[in-house]
Design a protein around this ligand. Structure first.
Ligand code: BG6
Length: 526
């Protein structure tokens, strides 16, 4: 920005405002190296590296920056760069620009190594020391675990043994910050997540650990906090006095792709309910935090997780529904059933659908059910939070033909058509009194014509800056596991006999309807 003297006081103010705006909007990380373990996997190839490139394209990476890709497959830095260039070019969300790419690609270095080979970590240490010296990275390092979870412990231990991270172990002789991003699933149950937390804590301080849930990086999910806490009209009605119930849906039309091996172990409870769905629930239900700052926000989220009434084993059958898709037609295309997918057992009992009814025992939400559902190969890809309000206390319009009264509904559409809609009753024009529900809509895309960052762009940048607000704390992850444990245990103890129990391309097993309809309510038609 030009620093010439500014003519009038008015213009000076304008300049200061612009600067302030620039400072708050353009958050610039310090020089650093991002070390990606599992760099040849789908996540790194299709998301992390393209998103880092995109941050660079937008001028959001520091001038001194390096990416170290660490994985087992035999690539050189050159062949790896070529491979990820293709991923960037293919990405529908990212604009490829040859010159920007060349600049970015020159910062990528590849290390081929097994995750358990000390030699690999010695080479990593030497490369990082060299990059620190040449580029002035100041020893700042962001480690990213994008490997299968089975490799996490070995990587963390070897980082410490090689002196690249760890409390007071010299950390490669450097003074800069060391942070680690850990992908979900964080453990596979309560016990393993505790054990993993303990292992990570042996090497990293809690303040250096970034447990990622990419849903929290989605613009519309962050907008949920703005919507609730930057407006006054909602707060008074965001309670049991006005809200009848809440529905949270993460519906996917896609199947499991090539991830049969992972999904067979995980299933929908570990893949979506324990993390994405419960995260959305906490953001809808939490109290206003004292500040939008990592621990203040996470304290409130943890309080909600504590207030969710745990399901007693005897209630699991009544309050949950599980399902697995069979063959069917999705978006006009015939698709195989789950049991016919690659690397899935022909008699697999892994659930691909879950619906659950939770209650929150606190003053704000007592008596308001939260219905959560998620499934693969459903009719449509849509993530939505719907707050349904109560009917007016008196029905004043009861003449014949007036039309059915429908309660107000606030729908927060997270994806794909990001926006917010409020349903309310309106008079149909004419002499007669007729009522029809209509929608007042806000559409994210058309309202702000700007390029949205992807969830991973946002979260990578936050981690480089050191902002943990949108990452999960250890107690949050453990509490979320504790809440899903009764479901995992009861389902495992009583294997289903009716799988597959929903056809691909439908809205899930019929029992999911009963779960909500026996309370006199219905799932939203999405
Ligand atoms: C991931 C799950 O965390 O989220 C996938 O492992 C799922 O199974 C994905 O498909 C959904 O993410 P999004 O951003 O496409 O809604």
């Amino acid at each position: 920005m030009e620093s010439r003297a500014v003519g009038s006081a008015g213009m000076e103010t304008l300049l200061v405002d612009r600067l302030r705006e620039g400072l708050t909007l353009r958050r610039m990380p310090q020089p650093s190296a991002a070390v990606i373990f599992g760099a040849t996997g789908d996540l790194a190839r299709n998301r992390l590296i393209p998103d880092l490139y995109n941050l660079g394209r937008k001028g959001l990476l520091p001038g001194s920056f390096a990416v170290v890709a660490f994985a087992r497959r035999p690539f050189t830095s050159e062949t790896f760069r070529e491979q990820v260039r293709e991923a960037v070019r293919e990405s529908p969300e990212i604009r490829y620009d040859a010159t920007t790419w060349e600049n970015f690609a020159a910062r990528i270095h590849y290390i081929q190594s097994d995750y358990t080979d000390p030699q690999g970590y010695a080479r990593l240490g030497a490369l990082l020391a060299d990059l620190d010296g040449r580029l002035g990275l100041g020893g700042n390092r962001l480690f990213y675990l994008a490997t299968p979870p089975s490799a996490y412990e070995a990587i963390i231990r070897h980082l410490a043994e090689a002196g690249l991270a760890g409390h007071g172990r010299g950390r490669g002789g450097t003074t800069g910050w060391k942070r680690i991003i850990i992908e979900k699933p964080f453990g596979s149950d309560l016990e393993t997540s505790r054990a993993l937390n303990a292992k990570v804590h042996e090497v990293f301080e809690e303040g250096e650990i970034y447990r990622i849930d990419h849903y929290l990086g989605k613009e519309t999910v962050q907008n949920l906090m703005i919507f609730r806490f930057a407006n006054t009209i909602l707060e008074p009605i965001w309670t049991r006095q006005y809200v009848d119930h809440v529905q949270i849906t993460v519906a996917e039309s896609g199947g499991i792709g090539g991830r049969g091996g992972y999904y067979e172990e995980a299933g929908v409870v570990r893949d979506i309910l324990q993390n994405h769905l419960l995260q959305l629930l906490t953001l809808v239900a939490m109290e206003p935090p004292a500040a939008i700052e990592a621990d203040a926000v996470r304290n409130e989220k943890v309080k909600i997780l504590h207030a969710i009434r745990p399901l007693a084993p005897g209630e699991v059958e009544r309050l949950t529904v599980r399902g697995q898709y069979g063959r069917g037609v999705v978006e006009g295309r015939e698709v195989p059933g789950y049991r016919q997918e690659e690397r899935v057992a022909p008699d697999s009992v892994t659930p691909t659908y879950v619906a659950v009814r939770f209650e929150i025992d606190n003053w704000r939400w007592a008596g308001v059910p939260f219905y959560l559902r998620s499934g693969k190969r459903l009719a449509k890809r849509v993530t939505e939070i719907a707050i349904q309000f109560k009917l007016p206390p008196l029905v004043l319009f009861q003449q014949a033909g007036v039309g059915a009264m429908q309660p107000n509904m606030l729908a927060l559409n997270i994806q794909p058509d990001e926006g917010i809609a409020l349903r309310f009753a309106a008079k149909v024009p004419g002499q007669a009194t007729r009522i029809r529900p209509v929608n007042m809509k806000f559409d994210y895309g058309t309202s702000f014509g700007t390029e949205e960052p992807t969830a991973y762009e946002r979260l990578l940048l936050d981690a480089m800056i050191g902002d943990r607000t949108l990452f999960a704390r250890h107690d949050e992850v453990e509490k979320a596991w504790a809440l899903v444990m009764p479901i995992l245990e009861v389902w495992a103890a009583h294997p289903p006999t009716d799988f597959p129990n929903y056809e691909a391309g439908t809205w899930g097993p019929p029992a999911a309807r009963s779960l909500i309809e026996r309370d006199g309510r219905r799932w939203r038609r999405l």
